[in-house]
Design a protein around this ligand. Structure first.
Ligand code: SF4
Length: 969
């Protein structure tokens, strides 16, 4: 698309020149000189490429929003045609501090999702049996009255735990959690335990925060255990900073069993045996320790070494020098030779990486996301041992190092803050997993089959548990049983495998059709991003008011914010239940809260600096966010653990012998009380304010000790003393645990242009990536006489799937891999046709066979491109054949599988999936036995350490164990 000359002149005028480069003037501060200057966003002119060779001008309103296709929430600019009010394209928003005007392919593909000819445009109600895939149109009123009535009845009858909301990637910071809190239900269920919870757990045990914010751009060494450049956490924002770091001379080390796109950019690519990553990291740590290459002062000041010495070496003096001697002994066994034997990586290579780590000093940025942490039993030790390197090198809270996520994230206070729920839901937080990072969501079908409870209203929200979770056929069995699930409501922008098993399918908006607010740890700064319905914002800019997003969205597509407010009013129409008040206007008492008031309040009262910034543009804070889409709250946040605690907080304080400082004279009821965002009155008055370091009180970390917890007294106290220190747990796919003929299957990766259910309704992405062959090394393939394209049968513990082989040297020999974003399917009837194969689903008792009847085909629609679809493949749905494998500590599903790979049998057809759910039950029972339930392990009669993070944290009373033991499988 060409740019009229006049605009090019404006663009360069609005940019600054420096070092021969052109920089966009705005928070991105990067080379974006060609972006439309924001002064012209009301009338940006481009030539219509389709009119070529004629010069036809198109006039656009440029309206910001944020991408909804992954958790990064990159800024987008919608190009809204001023004449037709049609969205013509999406590009990056240069005003967004995280993504800085850049996007991956999925961002611009939002346009495909808006225009998808198969999208769900109106509320649908089941017309046949649940799962029969027959639906009829229904009004929003009818659907919401039914749903609200059932929720109201459940709450009125004190069956609050029968209301469950199950979310995929939320893409927002806390809105829906507050809705659930207002209803007083502990009904939040997330996908996190099939995604990132083991990764999070390793960080949480160290620092009380569950994610890192690595400063890749300023690092000397970037160490990634993840395909971070193409699919890692904060994918595009991090990827561009990794490349920035590399451009400045940083070395890049990537651990990945596959030659990922990230590995292709690495200076050192290591493909270790799956699950052996901690052995390598510990060998590197040992090198730093034995050679005294670590930052002694940092360790002395900020590790809880004193607690370790007092608890574990009581006969010794708890001096730092004595601890250092112990440290050398503790890790001496992790030699380079040991790491080589475990990982298959040559000791010399590991030694070379160790030298790079030592040389980087504090400029060591590291990240693990999903990957090895998500694949293996004990995967949380991957991040615990990875962060050990940062903690040794003092590479925490310094340029080029790693910051805790919360320092680089800003979550403003909302207009209403309902109290935390009074219940504890054992269907999501069962007693067996007191230390689980997140809800045990993937075990829900088994818990329902155990008879541990039932669900009256199950709301899956932009989530597809049948397809995304392991053991999907157990999900189908559970959610089609109306005695277990009274009503299934699917809130979704597109058809999904789970929506077929719903009673109501309710269309919600994609990234340009909804409001959400978010902030993520993309770098050492804090920002907020505003997702908004762009056609509402465009009309507002033209002076037209839109009351309800259904007025501007396609069909009857509704945004969720308005939907939740409306649903809550219908649950409590007269306010008698105490729910409605949390959804009422503050300026017009008794009236319904509007989304404009909700966000207007936040932007005016809760975001420092935003009102002033808005004023300089002659805008209200809400108008500013509608116009620019993002705001940088602060930058260069820097170290927070060393911040001095002000004198005003240090009057009448209490100090423990280990230097933990509490705000009041009352003795803390438990050393585990740390500052957590909780209105719990018990915690008030006993707030820990910091730690004493060399005679000064500084903030420290939100762990029980206030320091970085090399030694976790919590893990020890809750039944896992053997893992109190960063250590190595042999994976369930360790060679010693595999049966003869078994090999590990790696299913934890994806290609950069697809991301689960969210992206399959995007034709550009589907054309690029639509299959998931089995990666197999030539040496391995030769033993099976396999060539690329041959059909193979992959047998898991509960069934098998049939897929095509891809013979490639890009995988470690003896390991196979299959990406997890493919294998979408639909039953006969409605569905998403450009990326879903049509299948039959047959059941005989507990045995299921899913068979592909037809591949993807071209079809006629309002979009001429659908008649040009040339691909037939949609991949194979491998997750159905995976049993549940919960890690007993983190609760994470351990994704890697021990499988047998053979040539396909004569009766096999491509895409076949066969599963016996009786075997799923056996696997579930076996893994459950690894757990150490709170009833036996809790040191204080509670269900869970109070200081641990938990979404929608209930009140303290709910933490008490009831004394009842849940039924066993
Ligand atoms: S899908 Fe791509 S553009 Fe969208 S938020 Fe994620 S990284 Fe950014």
């Amino acid at each position: 698309m060409s740019t009229p000359k006049s605009d090019r002149v404006s663009a360069s005028k609005s940019a600054t020149e420096g070092r021969g480069e052109t920089f966009y003037q705005g928070p991105s501060r990067t080379q974006l000189g060609a972006y439309p200057p924001k002064e012209r966003w009301d009338d940006w002119v481009e030539l219509d490429s389709r009119a070529w060779p004629r010069r036809v001008e198109r006039h656009y309103l440029l309206v910001p929003t944020t991408c909804f296709n992954c958790e990064s929430a990159c800024g987008l600019l919608a190009y809204v045609d001023r004449e037709t009010l049609e969205i013509r394209k999406f590009e990056g928003n240069p005003e967004h501090p995280g993504s800085r005007g850049r996007n991956c392919a999925k961002g611009p593909a939002t346009l495909n999702q808006v225009k998808d000819p198969d999208r769900i445009l109106c509320p649908m109600k089941r017309a046949g049996r649940r799962g029969e895939n027959r639906f009829e149109r229904v009004s929003w009123d009818e659907a919401l009255d039914d749903i609200a009535g059932r929720i109201r009845k459940a709450i009125a009858e004190k069956r609050n735990n029968e209301v469950m909301y199950h979310v995929g990637r939320p893409g927002e910071d806390g809105y829906t959690e507050r809705v659930l809190a207002a209803w007083d239900v502990d009904g939040h269920n997330s996908h996190t335990n099939i995604c990132s919870s083991s990764g999070r757990a390793g960080y949480q045990w160290w620092m009380g925060y569950d994610r890192p914010s690595p400063d890749h751009a300023n690092a000397e060494l970037i160490l990634l255990i993840s395909a971070h450049l193409e699919s890692g956490h904060y994918f595009n924002p991090h990827a561009q900073r990794v490349m920035e770091g590399k451009a400045k001379g940083a070395k890049l080390v990537v651990f990945d069993v596959r030659l990922s796109n990230s590995a292709t950019h690495a200076d050192h690519w290591l493909a270790p045996w799956p699950g052996s990553e901690p052995a390598i990291l510990l060998a590197i740590a040992n090198h730093l320790i034995q050679e005294d290459f670590y930052d002694r002062e940092f360790v002395r000041r900020f590790w809880n070494w004193q607690e370790f010495m007092e608890a574990e070496r009581p006969k010794q003096t708890a001096s730092f020098e004595a601890f250092e001697k112990e440290l050398k002994k503790l890790y001496a066994e992790y030699s380079f030779g040991f790491a080589e034997r475990e990982s298959g990586i040559a000791a010399g290579v590991i030694q070379e990486i160790a030298r790079l780590v030592a040389a980087a000093g504090p400029r060591l940025s590291t990240h693990n996301w999903r990957s090895a942490a998500a694949g293996n039993l004990g995967g949380w030790q991957v991040t615990r041992t990875l962060f050990l390197l940062n903690a040794l090198m003092g590479a925490v809270g310094v340029p080029g190092g790693v910051f805790p996520n919360a320092w680089n994230k800003f979550v403003p206070k909302p207009i209403h803050t309902p109290p935390h729920p009074h219940q504890w839901n054992e269907l999501t937080w069962p007693q067996e997993y007191p230390l689980a990072m997140n809800e045990m969501s993937f075990l829900l079908p088994h818990f329902l089959k155990d008879g541990r409870g039932r669900i009256e209203v199950y709301i899956s929200r932009v989530y597809n548990p049948v397809w995304t979770n392991p053991d999907g056929l157990s999900w189908i069995e559970a959610i089609t049983d109306e005695s277990k699930v009274g009503l299934h409501v699917a809130l979704t922008p597109t058809w999904s495998e789970s929506a077929y098993f719903a009673d109501y399918v309710l269309p919600v908006g994609v990234g340009s059709e909804r409001h959400d607010l978010h902030s993520y740890e993309t770098h050492d700064a804090q920002w907020i991003g505003f997702r908004q319905p762009v056609l509402k914002a465009a009309r507002a800019r033209m002076g037209r008011e839109v009351k309800d997003t259904r007025e501007v969205n396609p069909g009857e597509v509704w945004e969720e914010n308005e939907l939740w407010i409306e649903l809550s009013w219908r649950i409590d129409p007269d306010g008698a239940m105490g729910i409605r008040k949390h959804f009422e206007s503050k300026t017009k008492p008794g009236a319904k809260l509007s989304v404009d008031e909700y966000y207007g309040f936040i932007f005016t009262h809760s975001v420092p600096g935003l009102p002033d910034q808005a004023k300089t543009h002659g805008l209200t804070p809400l108008e500013y966010m509608r116009r620019f889409g993002a705001f940088e709250v602060t930058r260069n946040v820097g170290a927070q653990h060393t911040a001095r605690v002000p004198k005003s907080e240090l009057e009448d304080v209490e100090r423990t012998p280990q230097g933990r400082v509490y705000s009041r004279a009352e003795k803390p009821v438990s050393p585990n009380i740390v500052p957590v965002p909780s209105p719990d009155p018990d915690a008030v008055g006993r707030r820990p304010v910091g730690i004493e370091v060399d005679g000064q009180v500084v903030r420290g970390f939100p762990t029980p000790s206030g320091r970085l917890e090399f030694y976790s007294a919590t893990l020890k106290a809750w039944g896992w003393p053997e893992y109190a220190l960063p250590s190595y747990i042999r994976s369930h796919v360790h060679p010693q645990r595999l049966e003869p003929g078994e090999v590990p299957l790696i299913p934890t990766f994806r290609l950069p242009v697809q991301i689960h259910t969210r992206s399959a309704n995007a034709k550009w992405l589907d054309e690029i990536a639509h299959t998931n062959p089995l990666w197999i090394h030539p040496i391995h393939a030769a033993t099976l006489d396999l060539e690329t394209g041959d059909l193979v049968r992959v047998e898991t513990r509960i069934g098998h799937f049939v897929v095509k082989a891809w013979v490639t040297e890009g995988i470690r020999p003896g390991v196979v891999a299959c990406s997890h974003h493919m294998g979408r399917w639909k039953l006969e009837g409605p569905g998403q046709r450009q990326m879903m194969a049509t299948v039959s689903l047959r059941r005989e008792g507990t045995r299921w066979l899913l068979r592909r009847e037809r591949g993807v085909e071209p079809f006629e629609s309002a979009d001429a491109d659908t008649s040009r679809i040339w691909w037939t493949d949609a991949g194979v749905h491998q997750n159905l054949t995976f049993p549940v494998q919960p890690d007993p500590v983190s609760g994470m599903h351990c994704w890697h599988q021990a499988v047998r790979v053979t040539r396909a049998l004569p009766e096999d057809r491509y895409g076949d999936v066969s599963v016996d759910t009786a075997k799923s039950r056996e696997a579930y029972a076996e893994w459950l036995k690894l757990a150490r339930p709170a009833a036996q392990s809790s040191p204080d009669g509670t269900r869970r350490p109070y200081w641990l993070l938990r979404p929608l944290k209930p009140g303290r009373e709910a933490y008490k164990l009831s004394g009842s033991t849940p039924p066993r499988a």
